[in-house]
Write a protein that binds this ligand. Structure first.
Ligand SMILES: CC(C)(COP(=O)(O)OP(=O)(O)OC[C@H]1O[C@@H](n2cnc3c(N)ncnc32)[C@H](O)[C@@H]1OP(=O)(O)O)[C@@H](O)C(=O)NCCC(=O)NCCS
Length: 174
């Protein structure tokens, strides 16, 4: 299910990060800096807004990831969407379900119109998640992101309020 982050989830965040080889690019640097940094990051995610809305992905009683609508801009009705899962929770369609569910929350609860996301072009799993959750590819932005000494092209996807609904089983939101 999806639910809001709680301060008590900091241990699950630590486990997800410690067991991961690729989440250092997805979480704020403070989350990697140590226990206090992780507490601060979880408290920020738990605060829910006004511009940033993080939902925890809970599986079997543990938080295994997040999906977020950030940089919410109400004049134009837009937000930037991001997501990640701990490695043991991957490969079972959970990210696709979490993203499709977040889209419903963003359209229906937050009243937004256009949801955007971007993935490095060498991240086919994220591209598959976006497409399956109804986010159409709109084009490639060249060398948008820098990790270390490398720059990466990023493909942008977006889903509009009126776009066709994806055939995805939504997650409960509590
Ligand atoms: C991207 C991520 C969220 C996907 O999580 P997941 O739960 O495994 O995703 P799903 O199971 O919903 O779907 C994954 C899809 O990608 C596909 N996929 C996975 N690895 C792939 C690869 N190397 N090449 C092509 N497709 C791939 C899977 O086959 C699946 O598609 P399918 O259901 O049509 O077979 C997860 O890998 C992750 O957290 N990665 C690190 C963080 C990240 O990249 N976040 C996105 C930033 S833009």
């Amino acid at each position: 299910m999806l639910r809001r982050w709680l301060p008590a989830d900091v241990g699950d965040l630590a486990d997800a990060l410690l067991g991961s080889t690729d989440l250092d690019r997805q979480v704020p640097a403070a989350a990697l800096a140590g226990p206090q940094g992780r507490i601060d990051v979880v408290e920020t995610m738990a605060a829910w807004g006004p511009a940033d809305h993080y939902l925890a992905v809970e599986l079997d009683g543990r938080v295994v990831g997040t999906v977020a609508a950030c940089a919410v801009e109400h004049r134009h009705g837009t937000a930037w969407i991001s997501y990640w899962l701990a490695e043991p929770a991957r490969g079972q369609g959970l990210a696709t379900r979490a993203l499709a569910t977040m889209a419903v929350v963003a359209f229906d609860e937050l009243g937004l119109h256009r949801l955007e996301l971007g993935h490095r072009v060498d991240n086919p799993a994220s591209c598959a998640v976006a497409r399956r959750a109804g986010f159409l590819a709109e084009g490639v932005e060249r060398e948008k992101l820098r990790y270390g000494d490398r720059r990466f092209d990023v493909e942008t996807h977006a889903r509009l309020r009126g776009d066709p609904l994806p055939l995805v089983d939504l997650l409960p939101v509590r």
